[in-house]
Ligand binder design. Structure first.
Ligand code: ZN
Length: 239
């Protein structure tokens, strides 16, 4: 019986939905993010705002929320494309990934998360990886997650579960899932409260833009992350 979880929580739409998922099923939930030194101030602020807003609006979840962890993963900066080529500007590649992307980054994150979960006595790692929207990330695929679960459980000699509630759903369904989880926690309007909270406080835009407010939240509106989020929100609202 699993009762405790560590959520990889970046402060974006997906990881906020994963946090709600964990809070709906586990008694003790801790959160983790990695600071790897790109335009991250916006995201790091966003995640604290999301945590505060969830605590304020969902008291039944607040009591389950444990420590929030921020680990330095700055070493990734040494192997990103922009760093290797020094004077290259940050830009989007044809793959839809920013050229700051580091191959296998998520493998490192999961390993660090598992080490932390071990030390904190947490049984489940919840991560918002998804094959539906981001098939371009091989370190986010279901097979990779299953292999990591086996490798980490063996390597730490402790049964560890990697849970991926968003793996097979698209962005519209992710909005719907957040709505359903909020509604279940709080039948009096909790669904729209959680969706509103994600719109207002979570951050997804690759460019770190929080100057433009859309009905789906803040962002440049142009980068692949904004386009996915906004198209998903449209479909969610029309459903
Ligand atoms: Zn954007």
């Amino acid at each position: 019986m699993h009762t405790s979880a560590l959520v990889l929580f970046s402060g974006g739409q997906d990881s906020t939905t994963c946090l709600a998922h964990a809070l709906s099923r586990y008694d003790r939930v801790e959160t983790l993010a990695f600071d790897y030194g790109q335009r991250h101030k916006v995201e790091l602020d966003a995640r604290l705002n999301v945590l505060a807003a969830i605590k304020a609006h969902f008291p039944q979840w607040a009591s389950k929320m444990g420590e929030d962890h921020l680990l330095d993963a700055g070493i990734l900066g040494q192997i990103s494309e922009t760093s290797l080529t020094r004077d290259t500007a940050i830009e989007m590649e044809s793959s839809g990934l920013p050229n700051t992307f580091v191959p296998g980054r998520n493998l490192l994150f999961l390993t660090l998360a598992a080490a932390l979960a071990y030390r904190r006595g947490l049984q489940v790692i919840v991560t918002g990886v998804c094959e539906t929207d981001f098939s371009g990330y091989p370190d986010c695929r279901d097979d990779t997650m299953k292999a990591m679960q086996v490798a980490l459980s063996l390597g730490m000699d402790r049964k560890l579960l990697i849970e991926t509630p968003l793996m097979w759903i698209d962005k519209a369904q992710t909005w719907q899932l957040a709505h359903d989880l909020g509604q279940k926690a709080q039948p009096q309007g909790g669904g729209s409260a959680l969706v509103d909270l994600i719109v207002e406080h979570s951050h997804t835009c690759y460019l770190g833009d929080r100057t433009q407010r859309h009905d789906w939240g803040y962002g440049c509106g142009q980068c692949p992350a904004c386009q996915l989020r906004s198209a998903g929100f449209d479909r969610f609202q029309k459903a």
